[in-house]
Design a protein around this ligand. Structure first.
Ligand code: GLP
Length: 261
């Protein structure tokens, strides 16, 4: 795992977008795993701006999102399909046919999980999975105690996640209590993982996921099992990391990071 600390959230989002854009440039028919949440909005704004300037081409890119609320149709403003169209897909030259999310309206939940897994496999697997992290350590909607071997499935959300995300719903009680999410195992199958964590509020959970013990109580800690992970943080989110000097040392000296410093 490599850990890169940027001065602020804007710089962290810019670096995240650049890593994604450079990966797409190197392999134009790219399978990109995407995440939602407030943290990702500036990453998508940056990717849209780069696309507009002709710096990155999404015409051959396929995307697979981590998760979707169960019971929300695509046109619902709180669905992750709506979020993705609004923040990214409507602003870049991607073929919408190549953008995938679990179908929140699927009647057969078990079949929907299997269909999504098969779609990722058929595409050739994920070249890169972008991740945020929830305050309880979840990646996607893999709530505490989700197995590290889990695959795409319906997952009940925790009361804490419900309280945190229901602020976006009007009225808050209309938030679904369950979601489809890629499993931790699905995420770990991606060839690369890029995780973005910003804000002092996430400092405690960031330290647990990056430096803490492997535990399904913090599903974000599962990234420690993956051979190719970069975690990008701002100063606030990095404030409880103990190996800071080492992270900065690697970023300052490793040739692979030369163009990103
Ligand atoms: C949701 C998503 C996660 C995301 C998390 C953090 O719960 N399912 O994929 O990482 O929110 O969101 P935010 O960036 O708003 O803190």
């Amino acid at each position: 795992m490599e850990v890169i600390i940027q001065p602020d959230a804007a710089a962290a989002a810019r670096l995240t977008a650049r890593l994604i854009a450079d990966a797409v440039k190197a392999k134009p028919a790219f399978n990109l795993g995407l995440a939602t949440g407030a943290t990702m909005e500036s990453v998508y704004a940056e990717l849209a701006a780069m696309n507009k300037r002709g710096e990155v081409d999404f015409s051959r890119v396929s995307t697979f999102n981590l998760d979707e609320y169960i019971g929300l149709p695509p046109e619902d403003k709180n669905s992750y399909r709506y979020y993705m169209n609004f923040h990214l897909f409507d602003k870049i030259n991607i073929d919408k046919q190549n953008t995938h999310l679990p179908d929140g309206m699927a009647a057969d939940e078990v079949a929907e999980g299997a269909r999504y897994e098969a779609a990722i496999k058929q595409a050739g697997g994920l070249d890169l999975q972008l991740l945020g992290i929830g305050s309880d350590g979840h990646i996607g909607f893999n709530e505490p105690l989700s197995s590290f071997a889990s695959r795409t499935r319906a997952k009940p959300l925790t009361p804490a996640t419900y309280r945190q995300n229901s602020i976006y719903f009007d009225p808050p009680e209309t938030m679904p209590m369950r979601a489809f999410t890629m499993g931790v195992g699905t995420i770990l199958d991606a060839k690369r993982i890029v995780m973005l964590i910003t804000g002092a509020k996430k400092a405690g959970i960031a330290a647990k996921a990056i430096e803490g013990p492997l535990t399904s109580m913090v599903t974000g800690s599962a990234i420690q099992l993956h051979p190719s992970v970069v975690v990008i943080l701002d100063e606030g989110a990095a404030s409880q990391l103990t190996m800071r000097e080492y992270y900065d040392w690697v970023f300052a000296n490793e040739p692979k990071w030369k163009n990103y410093r």
